[in-house]
Design a binder for this molecule. Structure first.
Ligand code: NAP
Length: 352
């Protein structure tokens, strides 16, 4: 199976490392023998129709800063649109920075990938949260797979669980914590830090988006709420439809006051009739009261009641695991080895 990687940062470099480490296992258990036919970063590309040497690709990216420096395969200045348009591949794996204003350039890359007949796996929230069903619709028309389980919850399979729950029952609502940065800050406020010190600590740990306001003002949570809502309720929601309030007004004193009543403050995303993101006081023993950079979601099912899943919401290896999960699902659906393992996964991941 031929893959094009867009972006060679934290997530896609982790994916390359996992592909290298698990090469034998992936081949034996899944019949999956990927060829990376191109990899692109902000400065250029590496292209080889017979498959790039993954070890060399990782080494060059880490030591020289760009995949474009990869021996005879390197193409300085070659951009993602050129690569997608000219290189033959089965799946485009997209992990470039999120843009929550326009979705670009990722939006154009995903569209071009589909227009040229390639399946797409992405970890990028922006294009999905801003354009409702545009991309799933395009994938459907082109009869392509489009999967994005890494876009919500990092490696925690929130969208996959939602899809399973929706098969035999109906999800009528959900509440969750979808942003590790703000959860970490709120947890640190509980421990006595000021907001500024907690934000600084979150930045030092690499939890924040490039622009931390995207986390703090609740936009990152809201974008995940949109993606999950559209998957669960089959709606056409966009980021602009969510009522969003961030944690910028939450003080150490307010957190301490809540603690005296056995309560904690968490940035809760609520999906249902009135989609909203807002800091809420919840009981310390609530399943939603996760600590540090964890994510959690509780689905309310019509017949089965509440089902909760929690786990790490971000991280290179974790999110790369979600990309690999999506890639293997497509591989299986296309008739790969062990194709019977996931008979329920639909072609387009509006419900993943
Ligand atoms: N990191 C996580 O824990 C996590 C979790 C869930 C979802 N995600 C999502 O996954 C995506 C990638 O995250 P990341 O942490 O891997 O980001 P990152 O470390 O900043 O890496 C981004 C990569 O994209 C490349 N890039 C930037 N603009 C490009 C362009 N126009 N064309 C081609 N490549 C371009 C960068 O090139 P250079 O190397 O040359 O700068 C870099 O290699 C984001 O959308 C993020 O929201 C990340």
């Amino acid at each position: 199976m031929k893959l094009i990687l867009l972006g060679c940062g934290t997530v896609n470099l982790s994916l390359l490392e996992i592909l290298l480490e698990r090469r034998l296992d992936l081949s034996a258990r899944h019949g999956f023998r990927p060829k990376i036919v191109a990899a692109v970063d902000s400065r250029g590309a590496a292209v080889s129709p017979n498959g790039l040497d993954i070890e060399e690709l990782i080494r060059v990216k880490k030591s020289k800063g760009s995949v474009a420096q990869t021996g005879s395969s390197g193409r300085v200045g070659m951009n993602a649109l050129d690569v997608i348009s000219t290189v033959d591949a089965d799946i485009v794996v997209e992990a470039i920075p999120t843009n929550l204003k326009t979705g670009e350039p990722s939006l154009s890359y995903v569209k071009r990938a589909m227009e040229t007949g390639k399946h797409v796996v992405t970890a990028n929230k922006g294009p999905l949260a801003l354009t409702a069903d545009l991309l799933p619709g395009l994938a459907n028309r082109k009869e392509l797979f489009f999967r994005f389980s890494g876009a919500v919850g990092g490696g925690t399979p929130i969208l996959d669980l939602a899809a399973r729950c929706s098969l035999g029952d109906r999800i009528v609502g959900f509440q969750g914590v979808f942003n590790g940065t703000t959860n970490y800050i709120l947890s640190e406020l509980e421990a006595g830090l000021t907001f500024e010190a907690a934000l600084k600590a979150a930045k030092e740990r690499g939890y924040t988006e490039t622009d931390p306001l995207i986390d703090i003002r609740g936009l990152d949570s809201a974008s995940k709420l949109v993606i999950l809502s559209n998957a669960v309720f089959d709606t056409r929601m966009k980021l602009e439809n969510v009522k969003v309030k961030g944690i910028q007004g939450v003080t150490r004193a307010r957190v301490a006051h809540a603690a005296t009543r056995g309560r904690v403050i968490r940035l809760i995303a609520s999906g249902g009739n009135a989609p909203a993101v807002a800091p809420m006081e919840i009981p310390r023993e609530s399943p939603l009261a996760v600590n540090s950079a964890m994510n959690v979601v509780t689905f309310e099912l019509e017949h089965s009641g509440s089902i909760t899943i929690s786990g790490k919401g971000a991280g290179g290896r974790e999110t790369a695991g979600a990309l690999l999960r999506d890639i293997l699902t497509i591989h299986a659906k296309l008739g790969g080895f062990n194709a019977s393992r996931d008979e329920t996964a639909p072609r387009v991941a509006t419900v993943v």
